[in-house]
Every structure is written in structure tokens, then in C-alpha cells.
Design a binder for this molecule. Structure first.
Ligand code: ATP
Ligand code: MG
Length: 569
């Protein structure tokens, strides 16, 4: 299958180096004492939205555990709620998992694959006197359920005969009863201190089509009734989920104990990944999309995997971040700076260098012949000789950043100043003579001179340049658009404590610069390459906004402050 091509991960993750997390310890013991002979995990998204950075953690953990212990991980869509689910989400989730560098075992699985088996198991519970059809309304059921401090009370329908229950459940399946008329409940314990054990609903009538099963069903199993049984069918050994399911574990175990399942999976919980300045709830992310606050699920500012991919994140940086954040049972919030750290680490190692002037100012080199051009060469990457040298045209007119020139400046300003020298990176040292202005007094052009023989050498007269700036030839370059992104939210915890996250959207999260001048070679930039625009940050082509004539680059992330650290090449 051509779609089954995960991202290359030959470099791997730093997994081997660190101590085992608590789930890895459990698995190591289970293998050692023979309680399991092989490891099977699963990643179980509900296809009701695009995946976000929190899901990346679960993907990394589940696929990573299988990988580390020589087992396998399934991708199973937990598709028990047809109303909110969609095939679009199924497709995006598969793409995201593979992009992160993982491959599920065998075919993609769906909980809906098991609807017939689940139905049979529901019948089994009825036959063994452990389930009943209840006609209480949803409100009545709630009232009967009791509270955390008070036991619930039995439904008047709890003692129905097996035959009556079987007949009613068959009628439910046949579509003979209306939505909400009744539901199938497990008969457990209405006085249990665990609310999930107070006769949970396991089947509801929903007369809606399903994205996988079409009109085949008009009753759907609850999440709790589907999840553990799906695990058992697939031979999942370690069913890893987030802490909010801890209270569901007794119910998970009750179903497995009371059904003739082919295997006995165990559930383990870890804490969700929360990241500051970020919202990780599919519902809220969907709201951002639906209300037009962002340009779709894959807007480069979104914490979705598709947004991060489009922004230019590398899969490795996300895996490394998940690893660094760790696996615990304590809820906490991770600093988004950690994600930016793993991103920069990876980009710095792999991103070819390039130059791009974001706010161009023309410099005319008055002592450079009008008809002359040269080709300057620069390394593709300062530490990597496997990357090809870049050829950069040079001529009498070049673009530099507006910010890199001042008529006068103090000593701290290590850029171009009238009467002073600066090096054009990988090219000549130049000295500025004059600034030309328009009627409004804006500087529109700078006149300067090259210092002869200064490419790769200090000037012969011993007067060294103040600093190094980037530039692009005026006669041969790529005019492009650059999109600078900032955090989507200004608040460190945009949706904490019931806050309205929409009130904290950063109005300056996107800055669009047009007429930027990039090194000519970038006209051929492939969509999945990330470049370091020297002194500016890391950038990647936005395949969606770019056309053949109009290239758009996204800023993935800025550089750390490298002023003064630049070498004078
Ligand atoms: P959301 O709250 O965004 O709707 P969800 O938990 O409902 O997320 P699912 O599709 O059910 O979304 O998630 C699939 C898997 O990913 C589940 O096992 C879930 O526990 C896990 N997961 C979701 N969010 C996080 C997170 N922030 N950190 C770690 N794992 C997560
Ligand atoms: Mg969920």
C-alpha cells in the first residue's frame, strides 16, 4: 500500500539513553514474569477532529512502546459516535500518524468493525442476567443514578426477564423503537461508590448513518462498551490511556471479566500532555476553525499536527519533545519553549542555509563595474560538507535589510553605517558613503564601495568590518512573500479555569511581508525542506499558499539570539 509510508526515522529518537518510564517498567516486568509473551498496543483516536500535539504524545507513547519491546501497535478509530465523526478526519489522522514516523500493524482498525461482535456480547450479557433494557428517560436515569455521596436506586425495569430483554434488544436493533425510548444497561451495582459501575448504558438507539457502516445500524455501543472489547479482540496487552479514564478502569475490567473475550487486556493511565500558551481540545480547535479565527485545521499557528507540519515542524522535533516531556501520572503543564527547543535543535542540524532579505533596502556599489557579475559560493551548512555549496550571484546592486543600515550609530551597532565597514556574508567587505532619501526623508538607497580583494580576506589596509550582514543580488533573486508567525494566544493558559480562550487570541500572530528578496536558488525550494535564512530564523515553503509565480515561505521559528556569534566568512 503506497499510503503506508511513514517518515524516515533512521536517526531514531533518544529513547535508548534515558531511564525507563513507569509504563516501560511495567511492561519489562510483565515480559520477565511471563504474564505476557508479546506486546500489543493501540492508538485509538475518535475521528471527530484533527489530531493535536496532545495526541502526538499518545502516538509517540503507544507506537514507541511497541517499537521498544519488539511488539506492534494498531491504529484503531474509536468510532462509536457517528454524529460527530467524519471520513475527512479519518484520512487526516492516518496521514498525521505516518508523518510522525509510525506505521500501524496491518490494516487500519475501526471499533465499528466489531459492531456485530459487540452486539453478540451484549446479548450474552442479557442471557447471563447482566444487562437489561431500561425505559427510563435520560433525566430519570440521572435522577436514579444518585450522587457521589448517595447511592443510586434500581430502575423499575431492572428485573425484566431475560426473554423480555432479548426481545426488546432485538426490537432496538430492528429499528422498531424510537430514539430515546429505551437503552441497554449493564446490570452491575446502583450503590457502587464508582459512578461508572451504576448500571452504565451500553447501547443507545441512534437513527443516524455512520461513516463506516452506513445505514446498517440504528443502535450504537457506548465508548466504554466498545473500547476494552476492541482491545480484547485485537489482542492488545497494554491499553494505555490518559488519567481521566482511571475511574473507568473497574468497568473496563468488569466487561472483560463477564464476557467470553479472546484475550485479557489491561488498562494503564498516564497524565495528558498540556502545553502553555496552547489550547489542546478538539472542540475548541474546531471552534477556532469554524468561526474563522484561523485559516483551517492546518493553519500554521494551530497546535494540530497538520498545522505544525505546514508550519515546518519536523516529525523528529515533535517526537523528541514528547520524550523530553516524559510519562508520568501527575498532571502538569509543559512550557511551549521546550517544543521550540527540540525544534531548533533538529533544524539547526539539518536545515540548509540560505539568505533572504525581508525588508529590502538597495545598496549601489559605486566602484563595482556596471556590467560585471560574479558568483559567490557559500556552504550549504557550516558543519555539514554533505550539503552542496550554494552559488550566489553578485553584482553592482544588492539588497540588504533596512534595519542593517543607519546613517549614524553608536559602537553597539555592528552593521552598516556611513563611513564604516561591514561584510556582506560570503562576499565583499563594503564601506558606506551616502544615503539617498525621498521627499519624505525616508532612506531609499545607499551608496557604498566594495573593498577590493576582501572576499574571504580581511581588507588589506587593516580596517576591519564591524560585522556581517546578509544580502541578495538585485539583478538575480527570488521575490517572495514571507509569513511571520507568533503564538496564537497571548495568555499563558488561554482556557484555564473556564476562561474564554477566544478573548486571548494574539492579534499579531501573523505578519505578512511581501516583496522579500531571497537567494535565487530558493526558487527551486521543495515544499518539505526547511531552510535557515541566515540571521532570520528557519523557514519553509508553504505549499498551499505558493504558486509557480508566487512563492510563500512560513517562518517555522526564529533563531536564538546569535548576534555577535556570527563568524566572518
Ligand atoms: P480532545 O480532548 O482533544 O477531544 P480526546 O481525548 O477526546 O481529545 P481522542 O481521539 O479520544 O481525543 O484521543 C485519542 C487518544 O489520544 C486517546 O487515547 C487520548 O487519551 C489521547 N490523548 C488525547 N489528548 C491527549 C493529551 N493532551 N495528552 C496525551 N494523550 C492525549
Ligand atoms: Mg476521547
Amino acid at each position: 500500500m503506497s499510503e503506508n509510508k511513514p517518515t524516515d526515522r533512521s536517526e531514531g529518537t533518544p529513547t535508548q539513553a534515558r531511564p525507563l518510564n513507569f509504563i516501560e517498567k511495567i511492561i519489562t516486568e510483565d515480559l520477565a514474569n511471563g504474564s505476557v509473551s508479546r506486546i500489543q498496543t493501540r492508538f485509538p483516536p475518535e475521528p471527530n477532529g484533527y489530531l493535536h500535539i496532545g495526541h502526538a504524545k499518545s502516538i509517540w507513547l503507544n507506537f514507541g512502546l511497541a517499537e521498544r519491546f519488539g511488539g506492534q501497535c494498531n491504529l484503531r478509530f474509536d468510532d462509536t459516535n457517528p454524529v460527530k465523526e467524519d471520513e475527512e478526519y479519518v484520512a487526516s489522522i492516518k496521514k498525521d500518524v505516518q508523518w510522525l514516523g509510525y506505521q500501524w500493524s496491518g490494516e487500519v482498525k475501526f471499533s465499528s468493525n466489531y459492531f456485530e461482535q459487540l452486539y453478540q456480547w451484549a446479548v450474552h450479557l442479557i442471557q447471563t442476567g447482566k444487562a437489561y433494557v431500561d425505559h427510563l428517560s435520560a433525566d430519570e436515569m440521572r435522577a436514579y443514578r444518585g450522587t457521589l455521596t448517595e447511592p443510586g436506586k434500581d430502575s423499575p425495569h431492572r428485573q425484566r426477564s431475560v426473554d423480555e430483554n432479548l426481545a426488546l434488544f432485538a426490537q432496538m436493533r430492528a429499528g422498531e423503537l424510537d430514539e430515546g425510548a429505551c437503552a441497554l444497561r449493564a446490570k452491575i451495582d446502583m450503590a457502587s461508590p464508582n459512578m461508572h459501575l451504576r448500571d452504565p448504558v451500553i447501547y443507545r438507539i441512534r437513527k443516524v448513518a455512520h461513516h463506516q457502516t452506513g445505514d446498517q445500524w440504528c443502535i450504537y455501543p457506548s465508548y466504554d462498551f466498545a473500547h476494552g472489547q476492541g482491545d480484547a479482540i485485537e489482542g492488545v496487552t497494554h491499553s494505555v490511556c490518559t488519567l481521566e479514564f482511571e475511574d473507568h478502569r473497574p468497568l473496563y475490567e468488569w466487561f472483560i471479566a463477564n464476557l467470553p473475550t479472546p484475550s485479557t487486556p489491561r488498562q494503564y493511565e498516564f497524565s495528558r500532555l498540556n502545553v502553555n500558551y496552547t489550547v489542546t481540545s478538539k472542540r475548541k480547535l474546531k471552534q477556532l476553525v469554524d468561526e474563522g479565527h484561523v485559516d483551517g485545521w492546518d493553519d500554521p499557528r494551530m497546535p494540530t499536527i497538520s498545522g505544525m507540519r505546514r508550519r515546518g515542524f519536523t516529525p523528529k522535533s515533535i517526537r523528541d519533545f514528547c520524550e523530553l516531556a516524559g510519562v508520568t501520572k501527575v498532571n502538569g503543564i509543559v512550557d511551549v519553549g521546550m517544543l521550540e527547543f527540540t525544534l531548533r535543535e533538529d533544524l539547526n542540524k539539518h536545515a540548509p542555509r540560505a539568505m533572504c532579505v525581508l525588508q529590502p533596502l538597495k545598496v549601489v556599489l559605486t566602484n563595482y563595474p556596471e556590467d560585471k557579475t560574479e558568483i559567490m559560493t557559500a556552504p550549504g551548512h557550516p558543519q555539514r560538507d554533505d550539503m552542496p555549496l550554494r552559488n550566489m550571484p553578485f553584482g553592482r546592486e544588492v539588497w540588504i535589510e533596512k534595519d542593517d543600515f543607519r546613517e549614524e550609530a553608536n559602537k553597539k551597532y555592528k552593521r552598516l553605517v556611513i563611513g564604516k565597514r561591514v561584510r556582506l556574508r560570503n562576499a565583499y567587505v563594503i564601506e558606506a558613503d551616502a544615503a539617498l532619501k525621498d521627499d519624505a526623508g525616508n532612506i531609499v538607497e545607499v551608496h557604498a564601495r566594495i573593498i577590493e580583494n576582501s572576499v574571504g580576506n580581511d581588507p588589506a589596509d587593516g580596517v576591519k568590518p564591524k560585522g556581517v550582514i546578509h544580502w541578495v543580488a538585485a539583478h538575480d533573486n527570488l521575490t517572495c512573500e514571507v509569513r511571520l508567525y507568533d503564538r496564537l494566544f497571548t495568555d499563558v493558559a488561554p482556557d484555564a479555569g473556564g476562561k474564554d480562550f477566544l478573548q486571548h487570541i494574539n492579534p499579531d500572530s501573523l505578519d505578512i511581508l511581501t516583496g522579500c528578496k531571497a537567494e535565487a536558488g530558493l526558487a527551486a525550494a521543495p515544499p518539505d525542506e526547511r531552510y535557515q535564512f541566515e540571521r532570520q530564523g528557519y523557514f519553509t515553503l508553504d505549499a498551499q499558499y505558493s504558486t509557480a509565480e508566487h512563492k510563500v515561505f512560513n517562518r517555522v521559528i526564529g533563531l536564538r539570539d546569535t548576534w555577535g556569534k556570527m563568524d566572518q566568512s
